[in-house]
Design a binder for this molecule. Sequence first.
Ligand code: KG4
Ligand code: ZN
Length: 362
Amino acid sequence: MLCLGIETSCDETSLALVDDKGLVDQITFSQVDIHSVFGGVVPEMASREHLNRLSPLYQVLMRRSGAQKSDIRAVAVTRGPGLLGCLLMGLGFAKGLVLSLDIPLVGVNHLHAHLMVPGLEKDIPFPALGLLVSGGHTSIYLIKSPLEFVLLGRTLDDAAGEAFDKAAKTLNIPYPGGVLIDRFAGFSSPDEKLFPRPYLDNSNLDFSFSGLKTAMVYHVRDNQDLVLQDDLPVNHDLVPPEKLALVCASYNWSIAMTLKTKLKRALDRNPVKSIILAGGVAANTMLRRAIKDLAREYQIEAVIPDLSLCTDNAAMVAWYGRMLINQGLCHSLDLEAVPRGRPIPRDYLKLDSKHEHLCNCS
Ligand code: KG4
Ligand code: ZN
């Protein structure tokens, strides 16, 4: 069964086709260069860009993959959380397609899709603990099965990705700063005393990164020479000054160790077979290493997606959507977008008799 996935929740316009074996093809247009001028995503511009890009990207994907429209048996679309205007662009396009092709539609929770995408590459042992770390979220889930997610902890303020991006802004490192902080960190070893590991002095599984961000602001206020000069070409070949590399390594270490400590606490309370690392920040070198170490310590599997599947992509939407359709679950054309901050309802419908052959359920 070929399932088309559509992702437009933030600043990537992405379309992908998956079949029973895995990813068939994917095409993504990243708006990062457009928004980097403004130091962050401008929602209105992002929505308009999705609108302009969706049809041409769909046509390229179909031509390049050799798939026929009649091969597509279902459409999966990110329905939230995300920027409302952006989500609506994806939903509108998805609804147009399912109307014209007379196939089922399923709305996908973007966060669950991030957590389940490693399943594209290998089987995930359940139950699992999932650490979702992105620009908008930092959450720990107990995942009993691909359909049962229990939220164990979440950030009370900034997300880990935001902590990276805001620190980068303070240092005049271009958006999205997480990638460059990660790269600069590779040029040094961390000073473990330079920044706090925030919000560990409690017994819960929540996070709070706003204090860490403030610690960076104060550190830079007292060390203005850390700030990158405007005329410096900050590209991926730049070797950072030694002092900046040390700050990046230390800040990155504080974030990675905070995440590891809370995850360890969650593992002590919830015996599981694997740890899944997901979301844009899952691309972070130090964090990937920390999670692998933790899994080794607990003798469980570390499920860490390929770098290409960490940031927003439609492969994860198509893959998780296909899983839902296989379970006989779908949505009607009334499917609504759910913006950031609002819970995503579990409002699936059952596939109708015309499409129930797509279901694997016994
Ligand atoms: O999941 P994602 O692509 O978008 C959403 O927020 O949904 O995550 C984007 C975030 C940004 O904050 C970006 O700075 C961060 O992921 N990020 C990284 C790395 N690559 C992306 N943070 C740290 N290290 C990285 N290598
Ligand atoms: Zn995301």
